[in-house]
Design a protein around this ligand. Structure first.
Ligand code: NAP
Length: 255
């Protein structure tokens, strides 16, 4: 039986990924901070789908979180076939008044731990010449976003890093994909403290749909997966913009 490791699996898009992989008969390793939520999901999936679920309650913004998870997995002699690097958060507001420790945690979680987990598990997957990784970026990856400066930049990193890696891995049997959701109905808006912004004013996508599109794209080995027509359009126009000044001015009206 294959095993999928999913970070940020206690809620939102990550929980929807966990549900899909459980339905497909994968054993799961679920990671997030909320131990109770993870244990509830573990009981449910083991009962409903007859799979084995291991939970790790870990703060992934801590230094060395990735290596700690890896050593726990090695102890249990589990082979990871799928890695979903989903855990992430944002912090809305002007950079000048943002908290440095929150910014550091965001960079550690959105960039550092994601890169470390990718580095660790890609080497294991390459030994088997088999495996798939999905990194969760955002439509925020496609342009600078005033009042969401560090978050959008962190997601640009995830997009560019993953696309470059996808190219490096061509023909290796291992694939890496990036999912760029737009505004989605999860706890993200609340945890990012989004106020006085047009970002979440329209219709939000539901996390189950986003995860299903991500799952299908991952299985096909696609490089970049953008769920929803509106989000695809946004990415297209951001790439076509004739000047960076115009791009950042337009995004300031949205963010
Ligand atoms: N919702 C959107 O509009 C949207 C749009 C584009 C991209 N995204 C991206 O999609 C991904 C999932 O977000 P979501 O929308 O599902 O948000 P969410 O509902 O807030 O879920 C975030 C998940 O990450 C976990 N998490 C947060 N901080 C963590 C930490 N320090 N250590 C370990 N786990 C942590 C949370 O669990 P615990 O609190 O239990 O740790 C939770 O399971 C993120 O990377 C986000 O940037 C979201």
């Amino acid at each position: 039986m294959k095993t999928a490791l999913i970070t940020g699996a206690s809620g939102g898009i990550g929980k929807s990924f966990a549900e899909i992989f459980a339905q497909q008969g994968y054993n799961l390793i679920l990671v997030a901070r909320s131990k109770d939520k993870l244990e509830q999901l573990s009981d449910k999936y083991e009962q409903d789908y007859g799979i084995v679920v291991t939970v790790f309650s870990v703060d992934l913004s801590r230094q060395n979180a990735a290596t700690e998870i890896y050593s726990e997995i090695q102890k249990r002699k589990i082979r990871i076939d799928i890695l979903i690097n989903n855990a992430g958060f944002g912090d809305h507001g002007r950079f000048i008044v943002s908290s440095l420790s929150k910014t550091r945690n965001m960079i550690n979680l959105n960039i550092l731990t994601l890169t470390e987990l990718t580095s660790i598990f890609i080497k294991e997957m390459m030994k088997n010449r088999d495996g798939k990784i999905l990194n969760i970026a955002s439509t925020a990856s496609f342009q600078p976003l005033p009042r969401f400066a560090v978050y959008a930049a962190s997601k640009s990193y995830v997009l560019n890093f993953t696309e470059a890696l996808h190219y490096e891995l061509k023909g290796s049997g291992v694939s890496v994909s990036v999912l760029c959701p737009g505004p989605t109905a999860t706890e993200f808006e609340k945890s990012a403290n989004i106020k006085d912004s047009n970002l979440f004013k329209g219709k939000l996508m539901d996390p189950q749909r986003v995860a299903k599109i991500g799952y299908d794209g991952l299985m096909k080995g696609k490089m970049t997966i953008i769920p929803g027509f509106k989000n695809k359009l946004l990415a297209f126009f951001a790439n076509m913009m004739p000047s960076r000044d115009l791009l950042v001015w337009i995004s300031s009206k949205i963010s």
